[in-house]
Design a protein around this ligand. Structure first.
Ligand SMILES: *Cc1c(COP(=O)(O)O)cnc(C)c1O
Length: 296
């Protein structure tokens, strides 16, 4: 029986900056949903697993880079719900902490060249055309089902926030949040922080998943050089934030999102009295691959 019910808690973040600016900032702790099926990945996988169950598919096939939170979440969810799983990994065969955990959960890994990785449906077709129970899940879980799962975060909120922030890679999570506020007719503004360079393209990606048109903001200047790129300022920020709040954030996703929120607050982007919610999209194991970048 597949059950994905879990309401993550909301906590207030107390910083002198927020008092100075007269704003209140809260964090939706999706990182607490599950240690491995973490954050938005839990929400994104929900309707994909339910669909696989309906179609009587028992073998999940999905895609990711060698540090993909999605691969780990898929491996663990497959184990939890009794599925076989295969992860197709971009690039040369290697070992790291993340892939080790994927294997522990029973995921079989196939490494493919960056070139053949580009066409995922073709890869799936060539490797699994004869496997009737194989179920395709795109990189990062990107799909209308995933956006639907993410929209349910909004159902869990007890109050209406003026602004809601999340990190964006495929944009599926942001799209789900926008659909959630559309559904509830909330007056909240969704803010996406693309974690990769030239993130403007995410606007089209988000629009693909919207149930009806709704405005949103993309802040494309907080990529810190590109996907998984960092700067000393970002790493220092993450260290300070984690020490003050006991909430871990990572340099690839939530660190950039939170940095943007603080930076915008410092620049008087918000109005006094505004209530802001930051979504902690989880995925903290990537931190282990970045240990050496921190000056600790
Ligand atoms: C995968 C991931 C994201 C990106 O979500 P999209 O729906 O692809 O935009 C954001 N934060 C974390 C922690 C993630 O693991």
């Amino acid at each position: 029986m597949i059950s994905f019910d879990f309401n993550s808690p909301v906590e207030e973040l107390r910083f002198p900056l927020f008092d100075d600016k007269g704003i209140r900032v809260f964090i939706k702790r999706d990182d607490l949903i599950h240690p491995f099926i973490s954050g938005n990945k839990w929400r994104k996988l929900k309707y994909l697993f339910l669909k696989a169950e309906v179609e009587e598919k028992k073998h999940l096939v999905t895609f990711g880079g060698a540090w993909s939170n999605h691969l780990l979440a898929s491996a663990c969810a497959a184990a939890k719900f009794g599925f076989k799983s295969t992860g197709i990994v971009r690039g040369e065969n290697l070992q790291n902490e993340m892939l080790f955990l994927c294997r522990l959960f029973g995921m079989e890994l196939h490494f493919v060249s960056r070139e053949s990785y580009r066409d995922k449906p073709a890869l799936f077709e060539s490797l699994f055309s004869n496997a009737e129970d194989a179920f395709f899940i795109d990189e990062g879980g990107a799909s209308p089902e995933a956006a639907k799962g993410c929209s349910e975060l909004i159902d869990e909120l007890d109050e209406v926030y003026d602004h809601i922030f999340c990190a964006c890679a495929t944009g599926t999570t942001a799209a789900g949040l926008i659909n959630g506020i559309t559904k509830h007719s909330f007056n909240s503004r969704i803010h996406g922080i693309p974690v990769l360079k030239d993130g403007g393209f995410i606007r089209q990606e988000i629009n693909k998943y919207l149930i009806s048109e709704n405005g949103f903001e993309l802040h494309t200047d907080y990529h810190f050089g590109g996907y998984a790129k960092t700067t000393p300022a970002l790493l220092q920020f993450i260290q300070n934030f984690s020490q003050r709040t006991a909430v871990l954030i990572d340099p690839v996703y939530t660190g950039k999102m939170m940095y943007a929120l603080f930076d915008l607050a410092a620049k008087d982007y918000f109005k006094r009295g505004d209530k802001i919610l930051a979504v902690h999209t989880g995925g903290l194991f990537g931190l282990l691959g970045m240990r050496e970048r921190f000056l600790l």
